[in-house]
Design a protein around this ligand. Structure first.
Ligand SMILES: [Zn+2]
Ligand SMILES: [Zn+2]
Length: 343
């Protein structure tokens, strides 16, 4: 089967012919119909994100059709339309037992820690499948698994309520999806923050009620002014300690900052006394557990969340190299880039 494999860090991945994988007793083989690309794919190629053993088939944001099932699998059959959770836990540690498999210490992410879905077929444990209703197309189903679910989980963790003010820092794919969810699903008052004019210009189309230009590096004071003393919730999608610092400074007393962007830089926070006096909450959020993935697919299937317009580029598997270049160079202002495969 055709598969996009990374052979060496720093080298472009190549289109290879590899054997079709066979499912183990608890596994399912899925014929991939769509698989999103994201910043992590660029980071993997450049060695910023560590990978499992090479060569590695990329692709961690897939949807498709069940092709064959292992002998112990009873809840899925060939022909079922499915999405595949970006990661799956071990199934029996305290995190997994609490339904928080994205923080399982033995988390596997096909496409990062083991072979993924930029291929004709992928084999995954049956427990990582989520049913994809007919009324959600495969490309949308694919991006729900990471690019939309990562902000969804962050928003769920924050506890933001209808009518509260929520500020999204970083209006790339994840940030735009965060604004869409905050506006359409939560009913929050949404402020988008970015330093790029293009990102600020399109923000209102994805749910921003107001935008703040961060090109001076200090948007927190503008946000405090706009909100009359600070936001109830801030979300950091950039992966920068300086931005996280601004996101904390933009909070009102009692506010919560949820950090999603990843950086090795140490977090610089307010003086401890201010954190205490204002009872601020600062928390991380990673990935999305399965029960929330099921919820999210339901929100899209029921028409509560409309993501029209966020998939800007579609390519066949043979053109993965072009897709990766679009993402890396931002040529044509991509939001989500998806590889699609015909039946
Ligand atoms: Zn990703
Ligand atoms: Zn676990």
């Amino acid at each position: 089967m055709p598969a996009i494999r990374l052979h060496a860090i720093g080298q472009p991945p190549t289109l290879d012919a590899v054997p079709v994988p066979a499912p183990g007793p608890h596994d399912v083989r899925v014929a991939v119909r769509a698989c999103g690309l994201c910043g992590s794919d660029v980071h993997l190629v450049h060695g910023v994100t560590p990978t499992g053993p090479l060569p590695l088939i990329l692709g961690h944001e897939p949807s498709g059709v069940v092709d064959s099932v292992g002998e112990q699998v009873t809840d899925w059959s060939p022909g079922d339309r499915v999405c595949i959770a970006a990661g799956y836990g071990c199934g029996d540690c305290p995190a997994c037992e609490a339904g928080r498999e994205s923080i399982c210490p033995r988390l596997e992410i096909p496409g990062i820690t083991r072979d993924g879905s930029q291929a004709a077929y992928v084999v995954v444990p049956a427990r990582s499948l989520i049913a994809l209703p007919d009324r959600v197309d495969f490309a949308t189903g694919a991006i729900l698994m990471d690019a939309v679910s990562t902000p969804y989980h962050a928003i769920r963790r924050s506890g933001v309520q209808a009518g509260q003010t929520a500020v999204v820092f970083g209006l790339g794919g994840l940030g735009l999806h965060a604004m869409a969810i905050l506006k359409q699903v939560v009913g929050a008052h949404v402020i988008g923050v970015d330093r790029y004019p293009g990102a600020l210009a399109r923000a209102p189309l994805f749910g921003a009620d107001e935008v703040v230009d961060a090109s001076n590096g200090k948007p927190a004071s503008a946000i405090r002014m706009l909100t009359g003393g600070g936001a109830d919730h801030t979300f950091e999608f950039v992966g920068s300690a300086a931005v996280a610092d601004q996101a904390v400074k933009a909070l009102r007393p009692g506010g919560t900052c949820t950090i999603v962007g990843v950086t090795p830089e140490p977090l610089r926070l307010l003086p401890q006394a201010l954190l205490v006096d204002k009872e601020l909450r600062v928390q991380g959020s990673f990935g999305c557990p399965k029960d929330e993935l099921v919820e999210l697919v339901g929100l899209v299937a029921d028409g509560v969340l409309d993501l029209t317009g966020t998939i800007t580029h579609r390519f066949p598997l043979e053109n993965f190299d072009i897709a990766l270049r679009v993402l890396e160079t931002k040529a044509g202002d991509p939001i989500r880039v998806v590889i699609e495969q015909d039946e």
